[in-house]
Ligand binder design. Structure first.
Ligand code: FAD
Length: 383
């Protein structure tokens, strides 16, 4: 087979894939970068649409700014479980932007930077000594698999699936009491699970419910997901539209990745925060690293990339895995929430753990111990 040899072909043009294109072209603007997606943009994607400010920091690092200029920031996060509640302002506001809007803007930025966008559903990946062939038709020196939770690229390099969650989201009018907030209500049955209502600031909220899939029970049906959402957040499904479900491949304390010339980023790399279901930050962070590595490392970019991702996220992934295991015990989760209600610092550290690359800090450990020993709650947060 002859034809053009692309420097980099990226499968999937979501946040991970577009970030890979931006990272590569920032490092080497002359690179021939092909960005493939099975869908035309704008396209919808099942998501809570919560976008952490950390994502915007990363994008600013590759010259992409102003994406949120016409959006309304959401400053308050409220967590509930049974009778325990904490509601506080986050250190920095987050955003709730439909992926139909956000992802199309990222694609536009990648194309502006020089990526060539083509519509194609990739089905076959063949790794040869000095290049990779996609569908027997396209050749690239390096391939980034950014094709999401059901990645064909991941399968082609022989990596299996880890733990998964399943979640359903829709859009519904934001009731008065949930305006200007991101609300998360943890389940007390079918754990780990939570329902959410994320106000978009335009009269509608992204509402949904998700739970971790476990071997000891049947996967939830669509009906069950909707019923659980309504049970945890009464009224959330009223006048809801656009219901759409999807799997979330959760990260673990390990992060396996092959050497070679195929790099995985975002959901395809099994990177969703097991505490919060946050995946856009990881997708953009690993996408940028994958793109930069593809541009800069000629031999065995996979091994360099693995080192870089582990340096960036390794400790954090260990801490989130531990925190997620502890949080399956309702008492630990509630102890953490009580500590966050007593102290802004604990709240801020937990937000970093859930939305960025934070760790279990001494303040969090002290707060947990204080909750277990029965310290009274202070007035600032609520509990
Ligand atoms: C219900 C739900 C709620 C969530 N809420 C949040 C949240 O509030 N905040 C957050 O940060 N994260 C959230 N997540 C996680 C987040 O949606 C993902 O982590 C994020 O989309 C990962 O980005 P990605 O680019 O890796 O994959 P995706 O966004 O899934 O993009 C993959 C792209 O690849 C394309 N593709 C797939 N297969 C092929 C193929 N064979 N050939 C070509 N193209 C292909 C798809 O069309 C798609 O455009 C949620 C997930 C779910 C399911």
């Amino acid at each position: 087979m002859s034809g053009r040899l692309w420097d980099l072909a990226i499968v999937g043009a979501g946040p991970a894939g577009t970030a890979a294109a931006l990272g590569a072209l920032r490092a080497r603007p002359d690179l021939a970068v092909l960005l493939l997606d099975r869908a035309d943009f704008p396209r919808d994607k099942a998501c809570g649409d919560g976008i952490a400010p950390h994502v915007m920091d990363l994008l600013a690092g590759v010259g992409v700014t102003g994406l949120m200029d016409d959006q309304v920031p959401v400053g308050t996060l409220r967590l509930e479980r049974g009778a325990v509640t904490v509601s506080r302002d986050m250190a920095r506001a987050a955003w709730v932007v439909p992926r139909e809007v956000f992802d199309a803007r990222l694609v536009e930025a990648a194309v502006e930077a020089g990526a060539v966008l083509r519509r194609r559903r990739v089905r076959e990946i063949e790794v040869r000594d000095d290049h990779v062939v996609l569908d027997g038709a396209l050749r690239a020196r390096v391939v980034v698999g950014a094709d999401g939770a059901h990645s064909v690229v991941r399968e082609a390099v022989g990596l299996g699936d880890g733990r998964r969650a399943l979640a359903l989201r829709g859009y519904a009018p934001t009731p008065e009491g949930r305006r200007g907030e991101q609300v998360i209500v943890f389940g007390t049955s079918r754990q780990p699970s939570y329902a959410w209502s994320f106000d978009r600031g335009d009269g509608l909220a992204n509402v949904g419910y998700g739970e971790v899939l476990t071997a000891d029970r049947e996967p939830p049906t669509r009906r069950l997901l909707l019923d659980r959402l309504e049970e945890l957040l009464p009224g959330a499904t009223r006048d809801g539209t656009g219901w759409r479900g999807h799997h979330l491949p959760l990260s673990s304390h390990r992060w396996p990745h092959p050497g070679g010339r195929v790099l995985l980023a975002g959901d395809a790399a099994g990177l969703i925060n097991p505490l919060t279901g946050e995946g856009i930050y990881y997708a953009v962070a690993t996408g940028l690293l994958a793109g930069r590595t593809a541009a800069e490392v000629r031999h065995g970019p996979g091994a360099s990339y693995r080192r870089e991702v582990r340096a960036l996220l390794g400790r954090h992934l260990q801490h989130t895995a531990l925190a997620a295991r502890l949080a399956t015990t309702g008492t630990v989760l509630e102890a953490g929430m009580r500590a966050a209600a007593r102290e802004q610092r604990v709240f801020a550290d937990l937000v970093e753990l859930g939305l960025g690359r934070g760790r279990i800090t001494p303040a969090v450990l002290r707060g947990l111990a204080g909750s277990v020993l029965g310290m009274p709650n202070q007035a600032e947060g609520s509990s």
